[in-house]
Design a protein around this ligand. Structure first.
Ligand SMILES: Cc1cc2nc3c(=O)[nH]c(=O)nc-3n(C[C@H](O)[C@H](O)[C@H](O)COP(=O)(O)OP(=O)(O)OC[C@H]3O[C@@H](n4cnc5c(N)ncnc54)[C@H](O)[C@@H]3O)c2cc1C
Length: 463
């Protein structure tokens, strides 16, 4: 057999699983079609860590609770930004009060602590900038924000350092059952293995002889990212139950605010602006850094390990809370596989991510020390977020280092400031080109067909 376990798909779920499996004496590879791990994990650097209160499905609630409970330890071990901001589900009328009472009772039945119904004046004490007329709210102290890309890349880096092979730019074409084990055919190779875990959300292969799940109910989520000069900053995550302005808002690690609306169809800029203004107050278009549309998945994720005896496990579906539940899914599937293969714990497993500097968080003395060691930390590349050349070079040279501009942006936070890269993008392209010894015109944004520079328009002496 080429491998004991093949993990298909390098999203946050595949990366979490690779990390958990790397604690065992197993020969593991992860296959990902893109240039980088967790390319699709997030549009911005902040996601919500839910607590199992909001979801209707009991099993999903358990996964959310388990994931939520694991976050403190994981994020402090991996140096990943995570804050328990708290969340408010605001009720603006009697019907919504009834809804939050039902959610509260369900949370109690599920054994979720630190969730309470609070009255109007308490709501404004907790969130003074809220300018909607509320009658009450469901307040949870458990809910928080996390940097999803940091978590995914941390999982993958530690797995890599503990021997997992990452096969990037390799697309899985088919999976077949053999007399013993399985065969995975990719765009570059054919591999045999004892167990396959398929975390690719949509694809179906020969082994999936019947499509087990093809329902993909989704709505449209529109994000407006407001800059850190927006006057009505919320420090909690705020959800609105109001049908006309259904959505939520969350503070971001960059100091700004995400205002999101959930609608049945794609909506234009002005409609989005009206909806989010109902929740976060009048938004001046000057404060809008960017706007994105995406699918908002309600579906439950199913872990199908009914074929574990044949060596096949599949994670089916998509969820709006996949980041929250990824740690729980990784742990549960790992347990199932290691029990089935009777695997033993690896004695020399190193549960640590290689150190890196976040320059702007250091004291002046620490900054001086580092610049003395490496003068590239003295060269500021992203002025808005204070990211230095040293950090950009490190993000390329690290285990599973960045090979694209998006990879650098997500690892360092460069270009996510108020200027959105207007000042630093060209410098980053230059650094990546020199670090990887590639021509400037060969530098990619994130995928094969995403060249940053299409070609030279004139023959300059220097470019
Ligand atoms: C707008 C938005 C907001 C969200 N907000 C939150 C939030 O606040 N909190 C939260 O908990 N979650 C949130 N989520 C959910 C979460 O970010 C994603 O659902 C999650 O990242 C999905 O992870 P995954 O590993 O299941 O799938 P993916 O990230 O889709 O990973 C699957 C991987 O498989 C690869 N792949 C696909 N086909 C092949 C192939 N044939 N061969 C090899 N590789 C292949 C893909 O390139 C991909 O990297 C949000 C999602 C969206 C879209």
């Amino acid at each position: 057999m080429d491998y004991d376990v093949l993990v298909l798909g390098g999203g946050i779920i595949g990366s979490a699983l690779a990390y958990e499996l790397s604690k065992y004496n197993l020969n593991i590879a992860l296959i990902e079609k893109d240039y980088d791990i967790a390319d699709d994990v997030a549009m911005v650097n902040t996601d919500i860590v839910y607590d199992g209160t909001e979801c209707k499905d009991g099993l999903m609630a358990k996964l959310e609770m388990m994931g939520n409970n694991m976050m403190e330890e994981l994020t402090s071990k991996f140096n990943v930004p995570f804050i328990r901001t708290g969340s408010l589900v605001i009720a603006e009328d009697d019907e919504s009060i009834k809804t939050i009472e039902d959610i509260y009772l369900r949370a109690k039945r599920r054994g979720i602590d630190n969730v309470n119904i609070i009255h109007e004046n308490e709501v404004y004490k907790i969130e003074p900038n809220l300018n909607t007329a509320v009658k009450g709210a469901l307040y949870s102290e458990n809910v928080g924000i996390i940097s999803p890309y940091d978590l995914a890349i941390a999982y993958a880096e530690v797995a890599f350092d503990n021997g997992v092979i990452f096969r990037l730019e390799e697309e899985v074409l088919d999976i077949q059952k053999l007399a013993t084990g399985l065969k995975v055919t990719t765009s570059k190779n054919k591999f045999t293995c004892r167990v396959v875990v398929n975390t690719i959300p949509k694809d179906f292969y020969q082994i999936d002889n019947e499509k087990p799940y093809d329902k993909e109910e989704s709505k449209i989520l529109t994000y407006m990212l407001l800059d850190n000069e927006y006057k009505n900053y919320f420090s909690n995550i705020v959800f609105s139950l109001n049908e006309g302005s259904k959505g939520y808002s969350l503070p971001t690690f960059g100091g700004g605010l995400i205002a999101a609306s959930i609608t049945n169809n794609v909506i234009d800029f002005n409609t989005t602006l009206n909806i989010v203004s109902e929740l976060v107050g009048d938004v001046d278009s000057e404060n809008i850094k960017t706007m994105y549309h995406s699918r908002y998945y309600k579906d439950n994720i199913i872990i199908d390990d009914s074929d574990i005896g044949k060596g096949y496990v599949k994670v089916i579906g998509r969820s709006y809370a996949a980041v929250t539940i990824a740690p729980a899914i990784g742990k549960l599937i790992c347990e199932s596989i290691t029990n089935s293969l009777k695997s033993t714990i690896k004695k020399n497993f190193v549960d640590k991510r290689r150190d890196f500097y976040k320059f702007k968080e250091l004291s002046l003395e620490e900054k001086d020390e580092i610049i003395k060691l490496d003068k590239r930390y003295g060269k500021m590349v992203c002025i808005c977020n204070q990211i230095t050349e040293g950090e950009i070079v490190d993000s390329i040279r690290r285990p599973l280092g960045a090979r694209t501009i998006e990879g650098i942006k997500r690892r360092t936070g460069a270009t996510f400031g108020n200027c959105q890269g207007a000042h630093c993008l060209s410098k980053i392209v230059k650094i990546l080109s020199s670090e990887t010894d590639k021509k400037l015109t060969d530098i990619l944004k994130d995928s094969k067909s995403s060249k940053m520079l299409l070609g030279r328009i004139k023959e300059f002496k220097e470019m």
